[in-house]
Design a protein around this ligand. Sequence first.
Ligand code: COA
Length: 265
Amino acid sequence: MDESLDTVLVEYDEDRGVGTLTMNRPDALNALSAQLRDDIVAGLELLEEQNEGADGVALRAVVLEGAGEKAFCAGADIGGFSDESSGGSSARSHYDFIRDFPAPVIAKIDGYCLGGGLETALACDFRLATESSTFGFPEVNLGILPGAGGVQYVEKIAGPAVAKELAMFGDHISAERAADEGIINRVYDDDEFDDEVDEYVTDLAGQAPLAVQAIKKSADMAVHSGLEEGLEYDRQLFEGLLQTEDHAEGAAAFGEDREPEFEGK
Ligand code: COA
């Protein structure tokens, strides 16, 4: 399944169960127009359709990237500001949609990752970047703050001092610094980036899918809940996973010293 929406290219690799969404406004550094926000949601919905009739586990991972040589995404479309602050015209913003999406979403970042682009990456489950990528919240230069919770999310990852520094100065930081602060997961040489990301995504897509979906829910729940509530939630997820065929297969494979074959059941 390959589809070309107005501003997003959608691809699906059936063998690995990996979808790819490419934000496709390279002339505007993939700035988030209302159309682009809507198309990210529409692209995710198309990919989710692959799960129909497959017990919800055909789609194992989604890669979100930016077209062109320069940017993952340079933030909100400054020209179209009146229709934006945190969401496009969809009922749920693309940020919410990515966070609630059942399969993990990986931001593949090569170039500028700014403002709403960084907030989009923060909504993803993983952030992988080239060493030449740069990150920042330039909104303060426009007299505003990141409108989709950027300060909140960076505060949770890296603490208030880092969140304030990024958002109050509006400077770009390097991929190396972003990784040091925990804002991104991995930094790769530009030359090896595609291969490294491919390997990372293939490994992730091969993990037991019900466990991966449960872990995503657990980690996201922890952002909103207290520890007691989170521990109870994890206990319920754990009880459910103990009953799955994948768990039996994983245990059997360990005992037989072979690689497990997970089927998402
Ligand atoms: N919204 C709309 N268009 C944008 C954009 C944005 N957020 N960011 C870049 N563009 C457009 C530029 O207007 C330019 O269009 P043009 O070729 O028609 O003039 C094109 O993308 C290339 O950008 P340019 O500024 O020429 O590239 P650069 O390499 O010199 O600078 C940036 C890159 C990212 C530093 C610079 O474009 C920038 O600061 N953009 C704004 C980032 C921002 O403030 N985002 C948060 C918004 S709340």
